[in-house]
Design a protein around this ligand. Structure first.
Ligand SMILES: Nc1ncnc2c1ncn2[C@@H]1O[C@H](COP(=O)(O)OP(=O)(O)O)[C@@H](O)[C@H]1O
Ligand SMILES: [Mg+2]
Length: 178
């Protein structure tokens, strides 16, 4: 059987470079997915009900875990990210359904991730400028002056994305560098 190394050595220089870059990217991707699915030994991994209380719970848990890890200096950004990812998971899940929340750390930094089993994927919407005139203050829309969540996550995180869970559902994740 031909090993990947054998295959690579049979290629020309530029193809070899491309393949190595692809291998490294794939390995990085796989490492990220493994970290999200399995977590690290001291990781926080919690199942929650999809409810309005979930983002607050996620913030509280994130804050105490980051303090424990001496990472309080990234707490502000991590709490916003946790809020946005969990809020999206809650919004996508029928009320009372399950969502999951994870905070873990490894040599690549701190990973914040939210799981849900809903259809659809996180897709940044065109951002609409908000002004006092355009702000919709109706009670049922007070938390939805919308489409800023994922752009905010992308701005605060070193990297972010989403990936399928190995069993079912998907993880939306963001990595912060302490
Ligand atoms: N976990 C998710 N599951 C399914 N769709 C999602 C999820 N997260 C985000 N989305 C989609 O991405 C869109 C953009 O999300 P976001 O930037 O947070 O803005 P908002 O939540 O205000 O719509 C959402 O409107 C939704 O359609
Ligand atoms: Mg959102």
């Amino acid at each position: 059987m031909r090993t990947p190394l054998f295959e690579a050595s049979a290629n020309t220089g530029s193809t070899l470079t491309r393949r190595l870059i692809l291998d490294l990217q794939t390995r990085k991707q796989v490492e990220r997915i493994i970290a999200i699915v399995i977590g690290t030994p001291d990781c926080l991994l919690m199942s929650m009900l999809a409810s309005k209380a979930a983002p607050g719970l996620a913030r509280t848990l994130t804050s105490s875990r980051l303090h424990k890890w001496n990472c309080a200096h990234i707490s502000d950004d991590a709490l916003v990210i946790a809020s946005e990812l969990v809020t999206n998971a809650v919004a996508a899940t029928p009320s009372g359904g399950e969502i999951r929340f994870q905070v873990s750390r490894d040599c690549g930094g701190v990973l914040v991730a939210a799981w849900d089993d809903a259809p659809g994927t996180p897709q940044a919407r065109p951002v609409v400028e908000i002004s006092p005139e355009t702000l919709d203050l109706a009670e049922e829309r007070w938390d939805d002056n919308g489409g800023w969540g994922l752009p905010i996550v992308a701005t605060l995180a070193a990297e972010c994305g989403y990936c399928p869970d190995s069993v079912r559902g998907k993880w939306a994740w963001a990595r912060l560098k302490p």
